[in-house]
Design a protein around this ligand. Sequence first.
Ligand SMILES: Cc1ncc(COP(=O)(O)O)c(C=O)c1O
Length: 364
Amino acid sequence: MSPAQLISFARGAPSLDIIDIAGLKAAAVRAFDADPAGVTAYGTSTGYPPLRKWIADKHGVAVENVLITNGSLQADAFLFDHLVKPGDDVVVEKPTYDRTLLNLRTLGAKVHQVTLEPDGISTAELRSLLDSGVRPKLAHIIPNYQNPAGVTLSLAKRHELLALAEEFGFTIFEDDPYADIRFRGEALPSMLSLDTKGVVVHACSFTKTICPGVRVGYLVGPAGVIDPIAKKATNLYISAGQVAQGLVHEFCVSGDVDKSIATVSAALGERARILGESLRTRIPGVRFTEPDGGYFLWVDFPEDVHVDKLLPEAANRGVAIVKGSDFLLEGGEHSVRLAFSAVTVDEIDEGVRRLAEAVEAVRG
Ligand SMILES: Cc1ncc(COP(=O)(O)O)c(C=O)c1O
Protein backbone atom coordinates (compact mmCIF):
# COMPACT_ATOMS: atom_id res chain seq x y z
CA MET A 1 0.00 0.00 0.00
CA SER A 2 1.51 3.32 -1.07
CA PRO A 3 2.01 5.86 1.71
CA ALA A 4 0.09 8.42 -0.37
CA GLN A 5 -3.04 6.29 -0.44
CA LEU A 6 -5.61 7.70 1.98
CA ILE A 7 -6.96 5.28 4.55
CA SER A 8 -10.28 6.64 5.76
CA PHE A 9 -11.70 5.86 9.18
CA ALA A 10 -13.93 8.88 8.64
CA ARG A 11 -16.82 7.68 6.50
CA GLY A 12 -19.75 5.73 7.87
CA ALA A 13 -20.44 4.01 4.57
CA PRO A 14 -19.85 0.44 3.36
CA SER A 15 -16.80 -0.20 1.17
CA LEU A 16 -17.55 -1.22 -2.42
CA ASP A 17 -16.48 -4.84 -1.91
CA ILE A 18 -19.43 -5.51 0.43
CA ILE A 19 -22.09 -3.90 -1.75
CA ASP A 20 -24.06 -6.42 -3.83
CA ILE A 21 -23.70 -4.72 -7.21
CA ALA A 22 -24.90 -7.74 -9.21
CA GLY A 23 -27.92 -8.13 -6.94
CA LEU A 24 -28.77 -4.43 -7.25
CA LYS A 25 -28.51 -4.52 -11.05
CA ALA A 26 -30.77 -7.55 -11.21
CA ALA A 27 -33.24 -5.92 -8.79
CA ALA A 28 -33.38 -2.82 -11.02
CA VAL A 29 -34.20 -4.97 -14.07
CA ARG A 30 -36.91 -6.83 -12.12
CA ALA A 31 -38.38 -3.53 -10.91
CA PHE A 32 -38.69 -2.18 -14.45
CA ASP A 33 -40.09 -5.48 -15.74
CA ALA A 34 -42.61 -5.94 -12.93
CA ASP A 35 -43.98 -2.42 -12.71
CA PRO A 36 -42.79 -0.12 -15.53
CA ALA A 37 -45.69 2.30 -15.02
CA GLY A 38 -45.19 2.47 -11.24
CA VAL A 39 -41.44 3.02 -11.09
CA THR A 40 -41.40 5.60 -13.89
CA ALA A 41 -44.30 7.65 -12.49
CA TYR A 42 -44.16 10.52 -10.02
CA GLY A 43 -45.82 8.40 -7.33
CA THR A 44 -46.80 9.95 -4.03
CA SER A 45 -44.78 11.42 -1.18
CA THR A 46 -45.69 8.61 1.20
CA GLY A 47 -43.62 6.20 -0.88
CA TYR A 48 -43.72 3.47 -3.53
CA PRO A 49 -46.69 1.36 -2.34
CA PRO A 50 -45.10 -2.14 -2.49
CA LEU A 51 -42.04 -0.97 -0.53
CA ARG A 52 -44.23 0.93 1.93
CA LYS A 53 -46.13 -2.31 2.56
CA TRP A 54 -42.87 -4.30 2.98
CA ILE A 55 -41.63 -1.78 5.57
CA ALA A 56 -44.99 -1.74 7.38
CA ASP A 57 -44.93 -5.55 7.60
CA LYS A 58 -41.32 -5.55 8.85
CA HIS A 59 -42.30 -3.28 11.73
CA GLY A 60 -45.78 -4.74 12.31
CA VAL A 61 -47.58 -1.43 11.65
CA ALA A 62 -50.22 -0.19 9.21
CA VAL A 63 -48.99 1.24 5.88
CA GLU A 64 -50.50 4.60 6.88
CA ASN A 65 -47.83 4.83 9.58
CA VAL A 66 -44.95 4.71 7.06
CA LEU A 67 -43.41 7.55 5.06
CA ILE A 68 -40.49 6.81 2.73
CA THR A 69 -37.85 9.53 2.36
CA ASN A 70 -34.62 10.20 0.47
CA GLY A 71 -32.43 8.56 3.12
CA SER A 72 -33.17 8.71 6.83
CA LEU A 73 -31.39 12.04 7.25
CA GLN A 74 -34.32 13.58 5.42
CA ALA A 75 -36.68 11.69 7.73
CA ASP A 76 -34.79 13.22 10.68
CA ALA A 77 -34.97 16.70 9.16
CA PHE A 78 -38.70 16.39 8.47
CA LEU A 79 -39.43 15.30 12.01
CA PHE A 80 -37.27 17.98 13.61
CA ASP A 81 -38.88 20.61 11.43
CA HIS A 82 -42.34 19.33 12.31
CA LEU A 83 -41.84 19.15 16.08
CA VAL A 84 -39.18 21.68 17.01
CA LYS A 85 -39.57 25.45 17.03
CA PRO A 86 -36.81 27.94 17.90
CA GLY A 87 -36.16 27.94 21.64
CA ASP A 88 -37.69 24.48 22.20
CA ASP A 89 -35.83 22.10 24.48
CA VAL A 90 -34.59 18.85 22.93
CA VAL A 91 -32.56 16.00 24.38
CA VAL A 92 -29.80 14.21 22.52
CA GLU A 93 -27.13 11.73 23.58
CA LYS A 94 -23.65 12.83 24.61
CA PRO A 95 -21.96 12.20 22.19
CA THR A 96 -24.42 12.06 19.28
CA TYR A 97 -24.49 12.00 15.46
CA ASP A 98 -22.90 15.26 14.32
CA ARG A 99 -25.60 16.06 11.75
CA THR A 100 -28.29 15.72 14.42
CA LEU A 101 -26.51 18.33 16.53
CA LEU A 102 -26.05 20.61 13.54
CA ASN A 103 -29.63 20.34 12.32
CA LEU A 104 -31.19 20.89 15.74
CA ARG A 105 -28.97 23.89 16.41
CA THR A 106 -29.78 25.35 12.98
CA LEU A 107 -33.46 25.10 13.91
CA GLY A 108 -32.73 27.17 17.02
CA ALA A 109 -33.46 24.36 19.48
CA LYS A 110 -32.09 24.42 23.00
CA VAL A 111 -30.07 21.21 22.90
CA HIS A 112 -29.43 19.25 26.12
CA GLN A 113 -26.80 16.52 25.80
CA VAL A 114 -27.33 13.67 28.25
CA THR A 115 -24.42 11.33 29.06
CA LEU A 116 -24.19 8.13 27.07
CA GLU A 117 -23.20 5.13 29.21
CA PRO A 118 -22.05 1.70 28.02
CA ASP A 119 -25.74 0.61 28.12
CA GLY A 120 -27.11 3.75 26.48
CA ILE A 121 -28.29 7.19 27.59
CA SER A 122 -28.21 7.86 31.34
CA THR A 123 -31.88 7.69 32.29
CA ALA A 124 -30.99 8.94 35.78
CA GLU A 125 -29.43 12.10 34.34
CA LEU A 126 -32.39 12.51 31.99
CA ARG A 127 -34.82 12.22 34.91
CA SER A 128 -32.89 14.89 36.87
CA LEU A 129 -33.08 17.17 33.84
CA LEU A 130 -36.84 16.59 33.61
CA ASP A 131 -37.24 17.04 37.37
CA SER A 132 -35.41 20.36 37.08
CA GLY A 133 -38.32 21.60 34.95
CA VAL A 134 -36.95 21.11 31.41
CA ARG A 135 -39.77 19.95 29.11
CA PRO A 136 -38.23 18.66 25.85
CA LYS A 137 -40.25 18.30 22.67
CA LEU A 138 -38.27 15.23 21.81
CA ALA A 139 -35.42 12.97 22.83
CA HIS A 140 -33.28 11.81 19.93
CA ILE A 141 -31.96 8.31 20.63
CA ILE A 142 -29.78 6.05 18.46
CA PRO A 143 -30.52 2.77 20.26
CA ASN A 144 -28.33 0.24 18.48
CA TYR A 145 -24.56 0.43 17.89
CA GLN A 146 -24.74 4.16 18.34
CA ASN A 147 -23.12 6.70 16.04
CA PRO A 148 -20.48 7.71 17.17
CA ALA A 149 -19.95 5.64 20.34
CA GLY A 150 -20.92 2.13 19.19
CA VAL A 151 -22.95 1.37 22.36
CA THR A 152 -26.43 -0.19 22.58
CA LEU A 153 -29.37 0.88 24.74
CA SER A 154 -30.32 -1.87 27.21
CA LEU A 155 -33.83 -3.31 27.34
CA ALA A 156 -34.37 -1.90 30.84
CA LYS A 157 -33.48 1.60 29.64
CA ARG A 158 -35.78 1.24 26.62
CA HIS A 159 -38.65 0.65 29.05
CA GLU A 160 -37.50 3.51 31.31
CA LEU A 161 -37.35 5.94 28.39
CA LEU A 162 -40.86 4.98 27.29
CA ALA A 163 -42.14 5.58 30.83
CA LEU A 164 -40.39 8.97 31.02
CA ALA A 165 -41.75 10.02 27.61
CA GLU A 166 -45.25 9.17 28.73
CA GLU A 167 -44.89 10.87 32.12
CA PHE A 168 -43.33 14.07 30.76
CA GLY A 169 -45.06 14.22 27.36
CA PHE A 170 -42.18 14.16 24.92
CA THR A 171 -41.60 12.22 21.70
CA ILE A 172 -38.87 9.59 21.55
CA PHE A 173 -37.21 9.81 18.18
CA GLU A 174 -35.70 6.37 17.67
CA ASP A 175 -33.11 6.86 14.94
CA ASP A 176 -32.15 3.30 14.15
CA PRO A 177 -30.17 2.71 10.95
CA TYR A 178 -27.69 0.22 12.49
CA ALA A 179 -30.04 -2.32 14.14
CA ASP A 180 -29.51 -5.10 11.58
CA ILE A 181 -25.70 -4.87 11.51
CA ARG A 182 -25.08 -7.16 14.49
CA PHE A 183 -21.82 -9.06 15.15
CA ARG A 184 -22.92 -10.88 18.31
CA GLY A 185 -25.66 -11.02 20.92
CA GLU A 186 -29.43 -11.02 20.57
CA ALA A 187 -31.40 -8.25 18.88
CA LEU A 188 -33.38 -6.13 21.36
CA PRO A 189 -36.93 -5.01 20.59
CA SER A 190 -37.23 -1.51 19.16
CA MET A 191 -38.92 1.11 21.32
CA LEU A 192 -41.40 1.44 18.47
CA SER A 193 -42.46 -2.17 19.04
CA LEU A 194 -42.66 -1.69 22.84
CA ASP A 195 -44.64 1.56 22.61
CA THR A 196 -48.31 1.31 23.59
CA LYS A 197 -48.94 5.07 23.97
CA GLY A 198 -47.87 6.47 20.59
CA VAL A 199 -44.81 8.31 21.96
CA VAL A 200 -42.24 6.86 19.54
CA VAL A 201 -41.36 7.96 16.02
CA HIS A 202 -38.88 5.58 14.39
CA ALA A 203 -36.49 6.22 11.50
CA CYS A 204 -34.50 3.67 9.55
CA SER A 205 -32.66 3.39 6.28
CA PHE A 206 -31.27 1.05 3.65
CA THR A 207 -27.98 2.99 3.62
CA LYS A 208 -26.14 0.73 6.05
CA THR A 209 -27.67 -2.56 4.91
CA ILE A 210 -27.66 -2.07 1.10
CA CYS A 211 -25.76 1.12 0.16
CA PRO A 212 -26.10 4.87 0.66
CA GLY A 213 -26.52 5.59 -3.06
CA VAL A 214 -30.08 4.30 -3.18
CA ARG A 215 -31.02 7.15 -0.78
CA VAL A 216 -33.98 5.27 0.65
CA GLY A 217 -34.93 5.75 4.29
CA TYR A 218 -38.20 6.07 6.16
CA LEU A 219 -40.18 7.26 9.16
CA VAL A 220 -42.67 5.16 11.11
CA GLY A 221 -45.01 7.01 13.42
CA PRO A 222 -48.55 7.97 14.35
CA ALA A 223 -50.80 9.42 11.61
CA GLY A 224 -50.72 12.77 13.41
CA VAL A 225 -47.00 12.99 12.60
CA ILE A 226 -46.85 11.18 9.24
CA ASP A 227 -49.76 12.99 7.51
CA PRO A 228 -48.55 16.60 7.90
CA ILE A 229 -45.00 15.58 6.98
CA ALA A 230 -46.32 13.82 3.84
CA LYS A 231 -48.15 17.02 2.84
CA LYS A 232 -44.97 19.01 3.30
CA ALA A 233 -42.97 16.46 1.27
CA THR A 234 -45.53 16.68 -1.57
CA ASN A 235 -45.10 20.43 -1.76
CA LEU A 236 -41.35 20.11 -1.56
CA TYR A 237 -40.59 17.39 -4.15
CA ILE A 238 -43.85 15.52 -5.01
CA SER A 239 -42.26 12.16 -4.17
CA ALA A 240 -38.95 10.49 -3.33
CA GLY A 241 -37.32 8.61 -6.25
CA GLN A 242 -39.61 5.78 -7.36
CA VAL A 243 -36.90 3.95 -9.35
CA ALA A 244 -34.71 3.61 -6.26
CA GLN A 245 -37.66 2.51 -4.16
CA GLY A 246 -38.73 -0.03 -6.78
CA LEU A 247 -35.19 -1.42 -6.86
CA VAL A 248 -35.00 -1.60 -3.05
CA HIS A 249 -38.39 -3.34 -2.98
CA GLU A 250 -37.24 -6.04 -5.40
CA PHE A 251 -33.97 -6.42 -3.48
CA CYS A 252 -35.93 -6.92 -0.27
CA VAL A 253 -38.65 -9.32 -1.43
CA SER A 254 -36.10 -11.55 -3.18
CA GLY A 255 -34.28 -12.04 0.11
CA ASP A 256 -31.12 -10.39 -1.27
CA VAL A 257 -31.34 -7.82 1.52
CA ASP A 258 -30.82 -10.60 4.09
CA LYS A 259 -27.75 -11.81 2.22
CA SER A 260 -26.45 -8.25 2.06
CA ILE A 261 -27.01 -7.80 5.81
CA ALA A 262 -25.12 -11.06 6.44
CA THR A 263 -22.23 -9.94 4.19
CA VAL A 264 -21.95 -6.48 5.76
CA SER A 265 -22.28 -7.79 9.33
CA ALA A 266 -19.62 -10.48 8.82
CA ALA A 267 -17.20 -8.07 7.16
CA LEU A 268 -17.67 -5.29 9.69
CA GLY A 269 -17.45 -7.69 12.62
CA GLU A 270 -14.05 -8.83 11.35
CA ARG A 271 -12.91 -5.26 10.71
CA ALA A 272 -13.97 -4.15 14.19
CA ARG A 273 -12.02 -7.05 15.72
CA ILE A 274 -8.87 -6.29 13.73
CA LEU A 275 -9.17 -2.57 14.50
CA GLY A 276 -9.43 -3.36 18.22
CA GLU A 277 -6.35 -5.62 18.06
CA SER A 278 -4.31 -3.03 16.16
CA LEU A 279 -5.26 -0.22 18.54
CA ARG A 280 -4.34 -2.31 21.58
CA THR A 281 -1.03 -3.32 20.05
CA ARG A 282 0.07 -0.06 18.49
CA ILE A 283 -1.24 2.77 20.70
CA PRO A 284 -0.48 2.46 24.40
CA GLY A 285 -2.87 4.21 26.77
CA VAL A 286 -5.77 4.22 24.32
CA ARG A 287 -9.25 3.32 25.64
CA PHE A 288 -12.25 2.02 23.70
CA THR A 289 -15.16 -0.41 23.91
CA GLU A 290 -15.52 -2.91 21.11
CA PRO A 291 -19.02 -2.59 19.65
CA ASP A 292 -21.37 -5.56 19.17
CA GLY A 293 -22.44 -4.20 15.79
CA GLY A 294 -22.67 -1.15 13.59
CA TYR A 295 -20.04 0.96 11.89
CA PHE A 296 -18.15 2.84 14.61
CA LEU A 297 -15.73 2.67 17.48
CA TRP A 298 -15.07 5.58 19.84
CA VAL A 299 -11.50 6.05 21.04
CA ASP A 300 -10.33 8.04 24.07
CA PHE A 301 -6.68 9.07 24.03
CA PRO A 302 -4.61 10.22 26.99
CA GLU A 303 -4.99 13.91 27.97
CA ASP A 304 -1.80 14.95 26.18
CA VAL A 305 -3.30 14.03 22.80
CA HIS A 306 -5.42 16.92 21.52
CA VAL A 307 -7.55 16.19 18.45
CA ASP A 308 -6.95 19.61 16.90
CA LYS A 309 -3.28 18.64 16.68
CA LEU A 310 -3.88 14.97 15.97
CA LEU A 311 -6.10 15.48 12.91
CA PRO A 312 -3.55 17.33 10.75
CA GLU A 313 -0.77 14.95 11.83
CA ALA A 314 -2.96 12.03 10.81
CA ALA A 315 -3.94 13.70 7.53
CA ASN A 316 -0.25 14.28 6.71
CA ARG A 317 0.29 10.55 7.07
CA GLY A 318 -2.70 9.68 4.86
CA VAL A 319 -5.25 8.68 7.49
CA ALA A 320 -8.64 10.32 7.98
CA ILE A 321 -10.47 10.36 11.33
CA VAL A 322 -13.26 12.45 12.86
CA LYS A 323 -12.75 14.57 15.99
CA GLY A 324 -14.72 13.60 19.06
CA SER A 325 -15.57 17.26 19.54
CA ASP A 326 -17.75 17.18 16.39
CA PHE A 327 -20.25 15.03 18.28
CA LEU A 328 -20.44 17.17 21.41
CA LEU A 329 -21.50 20.68 22.39
CA GLU A 330 -18.42 20.77 24.58
CA GLY A 331 -15.53 18.37 25.24
CA GLY A 332 -14.28 15.51 23.09
CA GLU A 333 -10.86 17.07 22.57
CA HIS A 334 -9.07 13.83 23.41
CA SER A 335 -11.38 11.47 21.52
CA VAL A 336 -11.98 10.41 17.93
CA ARG A 337 -14.57 8.34 16.08
CA LEU A 338 -13.19 5.57 13.92
CA ALA A 339 -15.47 4.10 11.24
CA PHE A 340 -14.38 0.58 10.26
CA SER A 341 -16.92 0.34 7.42
CA ALA A 342 -15.08 1.96 4.54
CA VAL A 343 -11.67 0.33 5.16
CA THR A 344 -10.72 -3.14 4.00
CA VAL A 345 -9.03 -5.64 6.30
CA ASP A 346 -5.65 -4.99 4.61
CA GLU A 347 -5.86 -1.26 5.31
CA ILE A 348 -6.76 -1.35 9.00
CA ASP A 349 -3.43 -2.21 10.61
CA GLU A 350 -1.56 0.18 8.29
CA GLY A 351 -4.11 2.90 9.12
CA VAL A 352 -3.60 2.35 12.84
CA ARG A 353 0.17 2.31 12.36
CA ARG A 354 -0.06 5.75 10.74
CA LEU A 355 -2.41 6.93 13.48
CA ALA A 356 0.04 5.70 16.13
CA GLU A 357 2.78 7.73 14.44
CA ALA A 358 0.54 10.80 14.47
CA VAL A 359 -0.17 10.26 18.18
CA GLU A 360 3.55 10.02 18.86
CA ALA A 361 4.16 13.23 16.87
CA VAL A 362 1.52 15.07 18.94
CA ARG A 363 2.90 13.79 22.25
CA GLY A 364 6.52 14.25 21.28
C1 LIG B 1 -27.84 7.96 13.43
C2 LIG B 1 -27.94 8.28 11.99
N1 LIG B 1 -29.08 8.76 11.49
C3 LIG B 1 -29.21 9.05 10.20
C4 LIG B 1 -28.16 8.87 9.32
C5 LIG B 1 -28.37 9.25 7.88
O1 LIG B 1 -28.37 8.15 7.05
P1 LIG B 1 -29.07 8.09 5.64
O2 LIG B 1 -29.62 9.46 5.31
O3 LIG B 1 -28.01 7.71 4.68
O4 LIG B 1 -30.15 7.08 5.76
C6 LIG B 1 -26.94 8.37 9.78
C7 LIG B 1 -25.80 8.20 8.86
O5 LIG B 1 -24.66 8.04 9.21
C8 LIG B 1 -26.83 8.07 11.16
O6 LIG B 1 -25.69 7.60 11.67
